[in-house]
Design a protein around this ligand. Structure first.
Ligand SMILES: Nc1ncnc2c1ncn2[C@@H]1O[C@H](COP(=O)(O)OP(=O)(O)O)[C@@H](O)[C@H]1O
Ligand SMILES: [Mg+2]
Length: 379
């Protein structure tokens, strides 16, 4: 049995798990619910475009909103989300959307005919069809917005609106590049999904930790370290954060530790992003004082795997190790914090770095660095 995860807890860190709450997306959810509700109730609808980087909660928000709409209007609506990357052409996407409502023969029908069938069926059933075209970047780019043109044009032949598309893209520039006659129909309703910062990522993590990890199964420093890395290395992508925690949890399990600590997180980060990080480990200056200081620091932290912030106690110990190992008079204790600060800013940002003004060991696993420094200094 896992010491770290609750039963089935690992699943809370995968994308198949839909969280109960979406912290920091309340506004986007409300906006989208309003746009669709007003569309249905007041017959005033312009296609909204949701946009933001990967892992900013677009898909999850859409799923939430579709659930809300489904509950709110019950049998008056049908909701659906398609992932546009599955459909290379507008024809296939439209067919997939229509097939949920009305049978579509495999071949023989034009895209307009399919849409007409769909519309007629919705009309007879008196149903509003609310659907999201998720990850639509490629589809929109490749066919210059054809799908949007078709979806809006068909409405013009009927006296009421039954189709309520929502478009989701990573990059708004493909929408901006569309011809005027299409963008004007979109109406400019845009909902931005900004990347999450460290504190927002912490809020997102709360529900997963409560539901997926045992009491005491993760330390505060591990959370600080994981959220900091996610903001800095992968631009606040929540999916990556969950992935890092899951991986760190498995590393902790493997080493039979009682909780996920900062070092497990660093190992998970290192395994996942080592290609992005690697430059930081190539220390240029050979055997100089700064390298000796770093070595002493990493030695001080060894055996304290949950270290994230470099506090006074660690500074003290670093100085002790430095003095007793090298017996040199070239370092005074009071200078140590400033020297490390300098290094964090100018020299070895990937080894020691600043998180909200505090010195931290954020990215590299302590053991990896310690061994490398030992090699450089003594061999
Ligand atoms: N605000 C949030 N609260 C809780 N979980 C979130 C939030 N935003 C994103 N996530 C989670 O992060 C992962 C990525 O989100 P997703 O909606 O797939 O992003 P996108 O579609 O923008 O790439 C999912 O597992 C999702 O549940
Ligand atoms: Mg998505």
């Amino acid at each position: 049995m896992s010491k770290i995860f609750k039963e089935g807890g690992e699943n809370k860190f995968t994308t198949s798990y839909i969280p109960d709450a979406l912290p920091h997306r309340e506004e986007q959810i409300e906006q989208l619910v309003n746009i669709i509700s007003e569309g249905i109730e007041l017959d005033a609808f312009m296609i909204p475009v949701l946009y933001g980087e990967t892992g900013t909660g677009k898909t999850t928000t859409v799923i939430h909103v579709l659930n809300i709409i489904n509950k709110k209007y019950m049998d008056k609506v049908k909701v659906r989300r398609i992932n546009a990357t599955t459909y290379s052409r507008s024809y296939l996407a439209v067919k997939a959307l229509a097939q949920d409502i009305v049978p579509v023969p495999d071949r023989g029908l034009s895209i307009e005919e399919i849409l007409n069938r769909l519309y007629d069926k919705l009309d007879i059933q008196d149903t509003y069809y609310v659907f999201a075209i998720d990850d639509a970047d490629e589809l929109v780019r490749r066919e210059k917005g054809r799908i949007l043109e078709l979806l809006t044009r068909i409405e013009e032949n009927y006296d009421r609106r039954l189709l309520y598309p929502i478009v989701v893209v990573r990059n708004i520039k493909y929408i901006d590049a569309l011809p005027r006659h299409i963008t004007s129909k979109l109406g400019g309703m845009r909902i931005h999904f900004p990347s999450y910062n460290k504190n927002q990522l912490k809020d997102i993590l709360k529900e997963r930790i409560e539901k997926g990890i045992k009491e005491g199964g993760i330390t505060q420093n591990a959370i600080e370290c994981a959220t900091f890395n996610t903001e800095k290395l992968v631009g606040g992508n929540a999916r990556e954060l969950l992935h890092i925690i899951l991986k760190a949890g498995k590393i902790a399990e493997k080493s039979d530790d009682p909780s996920i600590n900062a070092e497990h997180v660093r190992q998970a980060v290192f395994e996942t992003y080592s290609s992005t990080l690697s430059s930081g480990l190539t220390l240029s200056k050979e055997k100089d004082r700064n390298m000796r200081i770093l070595w002493a620091l990493y030695k001080a932290v060894q055996g304290k795997p949950d270290t994230y912030y470099i506090d006074d106690e660690i500074l003290e110990k670093t100085f002790e190790i430095y003095s007793s190992t090298f017996h040199l008079e070239d370092l005074s204790k009071s200078d140590l914090p400033d020297i490390l600060l300098d290094m964090a800013i100018y020299e070895v940002q990937n080894l020691i770095t600043l998180d909200n003004g505090k010195l931290t060991i954020a990215h590299y696993p302590v053991n990896t660095v310690y061994n490398k420094l030992t090699q450089k200094l003594f061999f």
